[in-house]
Design a protein around this ligand. Structure first.
Ligand SMILES: C[S@@+](CC[C@H](N)C(=O)[O-])C[C@H]1O[C@@H](n2cnc3c(N)ncnc32)[C@H](O)[C@@H]1O
Length: 398
């Protein structure tokens, strides 16, 4: 599959990676240009550069990477002609169907060939994949791609309605994968293709539960066992950088210092208020002794608690302000600290050094389909294959 040369040659298929959301396949054809919002490039400039190179646009205002295709990259880059399978499902199906080098596999329908590329790599040159597609234009397009990607020795593509006409091979394959709107119509045909000298496996990929129920019934009726349904979900993680957390000792020391500063400030503030109060009392006394002032409502306030409400409020608010300023001072003093909410508690952290953390995003990426697996066990009269016991997978628990 694809070129294994270290350098790109004319006619090679490359995966052009512009951004995570902009990945496309390209057949290098000197004489042609690639124009995108990430710049203009000449295919001729791609020839001879190593796979994986970063290429600057002709104006120098953009860049892209030229990657060697892999089945994973192909799934991200391929032209969609249908819904496709993505890597999480492909990996799980490949594992549960025990698809490995040398395996013989059937898939229907071919669709956009996403699953086909992965299986072709897994089975290698010693295995074989029979792929079926009843939409003629899609089948032709897929055939062209498989030829260009050097897969034709491994993959046989047939234009055919498998539900009506069945498959082209009998009693030979190790695993069948059905990605069809009505897989139950193909299950009896699939059973004929599976070899009967060892345990074989089937998987049906269906987007809704009604299809799963019909598939399960058909599998039961056809004599399959260990029928198990799975749903594969992806939980993305977001990696970000946060400041390094301080040690508990450091944090405790900082808190003690801040507490001490606050207490000193408070005592200073009380002393100031007392001094101001003495001045106020002297003035009031003078006023009372003044024969010209006969306002009977004036009182003699001896402590800060005896101040008239307006004065008490002013003193109180200046004290609070002082404490608030003190809090601010703590923050200013601790300029190397900030807060980071971690697991519900707020911890002081340093801005100096940063660490990477990974947070699971709360939304789990949407369901693509349900995967119904089943096993076909050889009849007792058939002698078991010698590898069979060694290769049996543990039965599913799901
Ligand atoms: C969802 S697509 C398969 C996508 C494919 N698994 C991939 O990863 O790219 C389903 C394909 O099955 C084909 N199909 C539907 N019914 C079929 C049938 N009875 N026989 C063969 N192909 C069929 C459709 O034309 C379509 O291309």
């Amino acid at each position: 599959m694809w070129s294994s040369s270290p350098k790109i040659a004319a006619g090679d298929t490359v995966v052009v990676w512009m951004t995570r959301d902009s990945i496309q396949p390209l057949v290098v054809a000197p004489g042609k240009d690639l124009n995108s919002k990430y710049g203009n490039y000449r295919h001729a400039d791609f020839v001879g550069v190593p796979y994986g190179s970063k290429i600057a646009s002709r104006t120098g205002q953009g860049f892209l990477y030229l990657l060697r295709p892999t089945p994973e990259l192909w799934t991200l880059a391929l032209p969609h002609r249908t819904q496709i399978l993505y890597i999480a499902d492909i990996a799980f199906i490949t594992s549960r169907l025990n698809i490995k080098p040398g395996a013989r596999v059937i898939e229907a329908g071919t669709g956009s060939g996403s699953f086909t590329h992965s299986v072709a790599r897994s089975i290698g040159d010693s295995g074989h994949l029979w792929s079926y597609e009843f939409h003629e234009a899609r089948a032709n397009k897929a055939r062209e791609e498989f030829l260009r990607h050097g897969m034709t020795d491994t993959v046989t593509l047939t234009h055919r309605n498998v539900c009506r006409d069945g498959f082209t091979v009998d009693n030979i394959v190790d695993a069948v994968f059905l990605d069809l709107p009505a897989p139950w119509d193909a299950i009896d045909h699939a059973k004929k293709t599976l070899r009967k000298d060892r345990i074989t496996r089937i998987c049906c990929f269906s987007p809704c539960m009604e299809q799963v129920l019909r598939t399960v019934s058909a599998l039961n009726d056809a004599g399959f066992t260990e029928i198990t349904m799975y749903e594969t979900l992806l939980r993305p993680h977001e990696v970000s950088q946060i400041p390094q957390l301080q040690s508990i000792g450091h944090v405790s020391q900082k808190l003690k210092e801040a507490e001490k500063r606050r207490e000193e400030k408070r005592l200073r503030q009380i002393a100031n208020n007392k001094a101001r109060l003495n001045t106020t009392t002297t003035l009031t006394k003078r006023k009372r002794d003044d024969p010209l002032d006969n306002n009977d409502n004036d009182n003699d306030y001896s402590t800060e608690h005896d101040l008239p409400p307006s004065e008490a409020k002013r003193v109180k608010s200046s004290e609070t302000e002082a404490v608030d300023k003190d809090e601010m001072m703590i923050k200013v003093d601790d300029d190397d600290t900030t807060t980071h909410n971690r697991g519900g508690s707020t911890l002081p952290v340093s801005k100096q050094s940063r660490i990477s953390v990974s947070n699971a995003l709360p939304d789990v990426r949407g369901h693509t389909s349900y995967l119904t697996f089943a096993v076909l066990v050889p009849l007792l009269s058939t002698p078991p294959h010698e590898d069979e016991m060694a290769e049996q997978q543990p039965s599913g628990s799901g």
